[in-house]
Design a protein around this ligand. Structure first.
Ligand SMILES: Cc1cc2nc3c(=O)[nH]c(=O)nc-3n(C[C@H](O)[C@H](O)[C@H](O)COP(=O)(O)OP(=O)(O)OC[C@H]3O[C@@H](n4cnc5c(N)ncnc54)[C@H](O)[C@@H]3O)c2cc1C
Length: 402
């Protein structure tokens, strides 16, 4: 394992950092003011930054191979970390979830017509998308519970179901969704589900309500509860064939999870920087807060834990490059659990350092905390990833016994 960035990776990192420092971070106040003024409109600042990023070639960096920037997961990791410092900034570079996962799915499993109709405008950043798997009525961390029906009717499929936590559904540019549901309830458990492309303007597709995260509406992205009521789409919208829903879900979630972890390290790094600046600049009981020794413990713990998680993230990324997501299953699960927990502790300490300001909207910390907290649930709760890790450990033990 060698985590020394290649010259190429270093060049990408320095170009991205320069763009973030000179164009994106200074535009944050404008972006937020525009979202606040009209949460249902794509902020003009975002469209301007997207055009500039594309022009600068800082575009689709998440996608390996010829279609994107051609970076490995290990090379992409430091870039995602930088984008994670300001959670809204990934969209500037067309590297935001869930579009990234949907693009990967269409890239790996879509046919030529699906790629032409949907992958092209997604890659160009002209439209956005959502992924509809989770359902309110069933424990969706066990995806075999998914109840939505996708039934063949001549040269169409008819879809009925209820989804929620459909991220991106408030976005003014959202045009398509990928829906997971059952095409054959009698097939073997992992062959019952399929994935199908459903445009958001298909008759019978409607948003029932928007959800909030700790009270935040997360505009302009938003998370929706969606009803699919006899939605009819051409049979050609089915991705890769009936019964391949689980296989596609696995293919999508590996990179997606690790991208979240990379961005989470960036969020923790930013929280630590804010905490340190505050501790050095505020005085209580006749000395800076930094001089009260309890803060040395907290700062040291934050630095150590960020570093440990960064190394585990890099290891998981490196393994994905070397042996694929399947071979890196345990490492991806380990960091999926470890990174948000670590970041939450760092952000929590940073909030403490800011006193009342820490829980207000005057610092980014409260919103960062809410956003990162969801990552202990989204893309599968901690317990399910720990189950994966433990089962792999038990599997290793079996040959030792025999
Ligand atoms: C902000 C946010 C964005 C999201 N975006 C999307 C999206 O775009 N598309 C989408 O389809 N979904 C999305 N989700 C949904 C997310 O993936 C699910 O919430 C998650 O998979 C858990 O499913 P559930 O909510 O049905 O919880 P349940 O399955 O009901 O589980 C509830 C709890 O049970 C416990 N549990 C479950 N299994 C085990 C186990 N084996 N051992 C011990 N305890 C266990 C866990 O503590 C878990 O949190 C999002 C969620 C959030 C919060």
């Amino acid at each position: 394992m060698n985590f020394q960035p290649s010259d190429r990776a270093e060049q990408w990192r320095s170009r991205l950092l320069d763009f973030l420092q000179t164009r994106v971070w200074p535009a944050e106040a404008d972006y937020r003011a525009e979202v606040h003024a009209d949460p249902r409109r794509q902020p003009p600042t975002m469209e301007r930054l997207k055009a500039e990023a594309r022009e600068a070639g800082l575009w689709n960096m998440f996608l390996p191979g010829d279609h994107g920037a051609g970076l490995t997961n290990l090379e992409y990791a430091p870039l995602a970390e930088l984008m994670g410092r300001h959670l809204w900034s990934a969209e500037v570079f067309n590297c935001a979830a869930p579009d990234t996962g949907n693009m990967e799915v269409l890239h790996m499993y879509g046919d030529a017509a699906q790629q032409d109709r949907w992958l092209k405008p997604l890659m160009a950043g002209e439209i956005r998308s959502a992924f509809l798997m989770t359902e309110p009525e069933v424990a969706s961390s066990d995806a075999t519970n998914i109840q939505t029906r996708i039934e063949r009717d001549g040269d169409h499929y008819v879809i009925n179901g209820r989804k929620w936590w459909s991220t991106n559904m408030a976005h003014p540019n959202v045009a398509m969704t990928i829906v997971m549901g059952k095409t054959d309830p009698d097939a073997a458990t992992h062959q019952q589900q399929s994935q199908i492309i459903v445009p958001v303007d298909a008759p019978g597709f409607r948003i029932e309500r928007m959800l909030s995260v700790f009270g935040y509406d997360e505009a302009p992205i938003g998370h929706a509860e969606v009803v699919l009521d006899n939605v009819r789409v051409p049979a050609a919208n089915l991705i890769a064939g009936e019964g391949r829903g689980f296989e596609i879900a696995q293919g999508r979630l590996g990179p997606g999870r690790i991208h979240h972890c990379m961005r989470t390290i960036g969020a923790a790094e930013r929280a630590l920087e804010l905490m340190v600046d505050r501790l050095l600049s505020r005085t209580a009981f006749r000395k800076t807060i930094a001089e009260h020794s309890v803060w040395e413990q907290r700062v040291a713990e934050a630095r150590t834990n960020i570093e440990m998680c960064r190394l585990l993230t890099l290891k998981a990324a490196w393994m994905m490059d070397e042996v694929g997501a399947k071979g890196a299953k345990s490492e991806i699960a380990q960091i999926k659990v470890a990174a948000p927990k670590m970041a939450l502790k760092v952000i929590d300490d940073a909030i403490q350092a800011f006193g009342g300001a820490g829980v207000s909207a005057d610092t980014p910390l409260a919103e960062l905390y809410a956003g990162i907290r969801t990552l202990r649930i989204a893309d599968g709760p901690d317990e399910v990833h720990n189950r994966t890790i433990a089962r792999l450990e038990y599997a290793k033990a079996r040959p030792r016994d025999s």
